[in-house]
Design a protein around this ligand. Structure first.
Ligand SMILES: NC(=O)c1ccc[n+]([C@@H]2O[C@H](COP(=O)([O-])OP(=O)(O)OC[C@H]3O[C@@H](n4cnc5c(N)ncnc54)[C@H](O)[C@@H]3O)[C@@H](O)[C@H]2O)c1
Ligand SMILES: O=CCC[C@H](NC(=O)CCC(=O)O)C(=O)O
Length: 489
């Protein structure tokens, strides 16, 4: 008998589609197996969400918030177990998985506050009547999640969507079904009514069936730009559906004059190699000035990066970098490095696949200065490209030479350089003297270009979870004091 891995209308059901499995990528062990939801089950999940929609939307907000707060309490209580699952299924170290669960807990309070601040009710003065701006939920929304934060990032859509009064059909990454399942179990335990949150597990065909479903009112997606662009094409000509796309980046980090070299190297390492480079905000391109100071900084960066501890998620002492999501992803990074070297790059530190059958890789650094036709690709792993520049205007020209625009940063002691950088850089997250990863949920989170479609998430997620309604309300229906020309009563 296949496992009950789909959650539709408050019932755990076996999938009716193809079997698939999830691997612990650090130990090469199967940790989950199940059958995908087929198109009929996707249909049933959307129908359940539709049937639950009016009741959930019309409930007093306090009741919806109570469920969200209970869910956050359960997350807090189950933090150690959920963090271990995240670590096992993604390969990220346990210390980091705990921070992911922490972000999920924090999302509840932040989303509640954002709901009121971004989509609250406003009454505007008006003679003889009352004018209001209020917000309503869209109805049924689909949420698509990536594998790199299997708990936190879908949660960043689901929590604000539910607070606003939407019902949800959630399609997690096929690489992280176990974390999705356990998270949905906690929602059910928190008292979410049947049909309000449905889980459809499966590979791309399940995603396609959900994205193409006629009866969803919106789709909130976090994942690669390739998939996001396909969805954008698919939604062309459907202005009635809301599409929020959070996608990838080819993010630049620029260094100018820095007096504390180790602090700069620390910010670079945190930006480029955390989560084995599998964060959308990771620095992919490091821009370093030509000359001695730049040479010294790079030498220190290579030495510190070479010493990064890489290992299994449960190792003691803990590694800084765990496994990548899969052996396939690890091989992809080895191939990306070979590609950059074939284009004319010079390795400063070779990225190596550490153990066959696993996603364990060591971090790599390639100098690609002067490489003609450098691919504007997001290499989603611990591979940092270095580009040397002559002056700040040239650095900014290179930094902006990308179709993406998610995160960017400047490491510099100079106020004037920051002023120039901030004015010229094009990205949604722009930091100075801090890593460009680790964005706050209490700020908007989104990018320009091919990183997003101007529907930022995190603090601004409330905006795409509801639509504004403007009302003019007169208590009595009365004739106006003056009539428009041409009317006679
Ligand atoms: N901007 C952000 O907030 C953010 C955050 C995390 C990750 N990301 C990006 O996500 C990527 C890594 O995640 P991933 O590899 O899981 O992304 P992905 O695009 O491969 O998958 C994301 C989701 O879309 C589904 N999917 C894939 N193809 C589909 C299709 N044709 N139709 C419908 N659904 C489909 C997948 O099953 C999965 O659930 C990176 O590019 C990273 O930069 C962006
Ligand atoms: O991989 C992409 C997300 C990385 C992460 N960003 C956030 O957590 C944004 C905040 C939120 O969504 O609440 C990061 O910047 O490290």
């Amino acid at each position: 008998m296949t496992e009950a891995v789909q959650y539709i209308n408050g019932q755990w059901l076996a999938g009716a589609g193809e079997m698939f499995e999830s691997l612990d990528p650090a130990k090469n062990e199967v940790i989950w197996q199940g059958a995908a939801a087929d198109a009929t089950q996707v249909d049933a999940a959307v129908a359940a969400a539709r049937a639950a929609s009016a009741d959930w939307a019309f409930r007093p907000l306090e009741e919806r918030l109570a469920v969200v707060r209970t869910f956050a309490g359960l997350l807090e209580r189950h933090k150690p177990q959920l963090a271990k699952l995240i670590a096992r299924e993604t390969g990220k170290p346990e210390w980091e998985a705990q921070t992911e669960v922490g972000a999920m807990v924090g999302k509840a309070g932040i989303s509640e506050k954002a709901y009121f601040e971004r989509t609250g009710t406003v009454e505007n003065p008006m003679p003889g009547a009352r004018a209001f701006v209020r917000h309503k939920p869209h109805g049924v929304v689909a949420v698509f999640g990536p594998y790199n934060f299997p708990g936190h990032l879908p949660n960043g859509h689901i929590v604000p969507a539910l607070i606003a009064g939407n019902t949800v059909v959630f399609k997690p990454s096929e690489l992280t079904p176990l974390v999705a399942q356990e998270t949905v179990r906690l929602w059910a335990e928190a008292g979410l009514p049947a049909g309000v949150l449905n889980l459809v597990q499966g590979e791309v065909s399940t995603g396609k069936a959900l994205a193409a479903h006629e009866d969803i009112d919106g789709l909130f997606f976090t994942g690669s730009s390739n998939t996001g662009k396909l969805l954008h094409q698919q939604y062309a000509g459907q202005p009635g559906k809301i599409l929020a796309l959070e996608m990838g980046g080819n993010n630049p980090l620029v260094v100018t004059d820095v007096s504390d070299e180790d602090a700069a190297v620390h910010a670079i390492v945190q930006s480029a190699f955390i989560t084995s480079g599998q964060r959308c905000t990771c620095a992919r391109r490091l821009l370093v000035p030509q000359g001695e100071a730049g040479d010294r900084l790079l030498a220190r960066l290579v030495a510190v990066t070479r010493a990064i501890r890489v290992g299994q998620y449960d190792a003691d002492p803990q590694p800084f970098m765990g496994s990548m999501i899969s052996e396939r992803a690890a091989r992809g990074m080895v191939a990306a490095q070979a590609h950059l070297l074939a284009f004319g790059g010079t390795s400063l530190l070779m990225l190596k696949h550490l153990q066959a059958g696993t996603g364990l890789v060591s971090p790599g650094i390639v100098d690609v200065t002067g490489v003609a036709r450098l691919p504007d690709e997001e290499y989603f792993g611990p591979l940092l490209q270095v580009i040397r520049y002559q002056d700040l205007p040239e650095a900014l020209t290179i930094a902006n030479r990308t179709r993406y625009g998610l995160s960017a940063g400047l490491l510099s002691d100079s106020e004037a350089d920051w002023d120039y950088f901030y004015r010229h850089i094009r990205a949604g997250i722009v930091n100075r003297n801090r890593p460009i990863t680790g964005a706050s949920s209490a700020a908007p989170f989104g990018g320009v270009g091919e990183s997003g479609n101007h529907r930022a998430s995190a603090w601004y997620a409330a905006d795409y979870c509801a639509y504004p309604v403007a009302s003019v309300e007169g208590e009595d229906l009365v004739m106006p004091e003056t009539l428009s020309p041409g009317l006679s009563f």
